[in-house]
Ligand binder design. Structure first.
Ligand code: NAP
Length: 231
């Protein structure tokens, strides 16, 4: 990783979709980036498409506390401080409420909520100590409670909980660490499908913007298209 690049961002679930595009945008913006993927080979293949010398690949399954701890340890051992954490890894179960099995709900919570919980616990204390941090939770308007029924059931519940976690973490860290959630819109990825109106570049734009907020920037907010929205 280059010396002149002073900040390092870690993006979870970064081997495709919005995560990979966020890596691309942050690399272009001059950050060192840790492309974290649960499958190292898929991470390496994705990184090759970007062709940057400033991207490090890390194996990280956000559902596995041991995997999160091992990744944090490898980075610390190599002197890599994570200044920016993008919790992007996500799954999208579509079961309606009365068809929803407990295992499906548990898995959605494990990836979409507990994944972010685990990485925040691993990386936010270092940010607080060093006096700089940016945390971005890639959430969804489908988890907003404002006049909405969070849906589909497991997905909506998990993203509503991720929004709650955003506020809890932002209250737990000093003001030098900004913690925000983002709805990327309905984005053309494997998850969003081909009919989605938003390009992956546009979907990742607000993610990358929140990852690079100035010291005067907001914390504890929910954003879409760089604009604050209701929870
Ligand atoms: P995607 O193309 O399906 O990519 C999801 C990523 O998450 C993949 O890299 C996947 O890795 C990874 N992932 C899944 N489980 C994981 C785990 N246990 N540990 C680590 N990584 C894991 O989805 P996307 O559209 O880019 O979505 C990214 C984020 O945006 C998600 O949080 C999603 O909920 C949110 N979002 C998307 C949309 C949309 O319209 N696309 C709208 C609102 C919010 P593998 O390749 O190994 O499966």
């Amino acid at each position: 990783m280059s010396r002149e690049r002073t900040r390092t961002a870690l993006v979870t679930g970064a081997n495709r979709g919005i995560g990979l595009e966020t890596v691309r945008q942050l690399d272009r913006a001059g950050l060192n980036v840790v492309l974290a993927a649960r499958d190292r080979a898929r991470g390496q293949a994705a990184a090759r498409t970007l062709g940057s010398a400033h991207i490090r690949i890390e194996e990280l399954d956000v559902t596995d506390a041991g995997s999160v701890a091992a990744c944090a340890r490898r980075l610390a051992d190599d002197g890599v401080a994570v200044d920016v954490l993008v919790n992007n890894a996500g799954i999208y179960p579509t079961d309606a409420f009365f068809s929803l099995g407990e295992d499906t709900l548990r898995h959605a919570l494990d990836v979409n909520l507990l994944g972010a919980f685990r990485t925040c616990q691993a990386f936010c204390p270092g940010m607080a100590e060093r006096g700089y941090g940016r945390v971005v939770h890639v959430s969804s308007g489908l988890g907003a409670l404002n006049g909405n029924v969070p849906s589909p059931a497991a997905y909506g519940i998990s993203k509503a909980a991720l929004n709650a976690l955003t506020l809890v973490v932002s209250a737990a860290v000093p003001s030098s660490v900004k913690v925000n959630a983002v709805c990327p819109g309905w984005v053309r990825t494997d998850m969003g499908g081909r009919a989605a109106p938003t390009s992956v570049e546009q979907g990742a734009d607000t993610v990358a913007w929140l990852a690079r907020l100035p010291d005067s920037g907001p914390s504890g907010g929910f954003f879409r298209d760089r604009t604050r929205i209701d929870w």
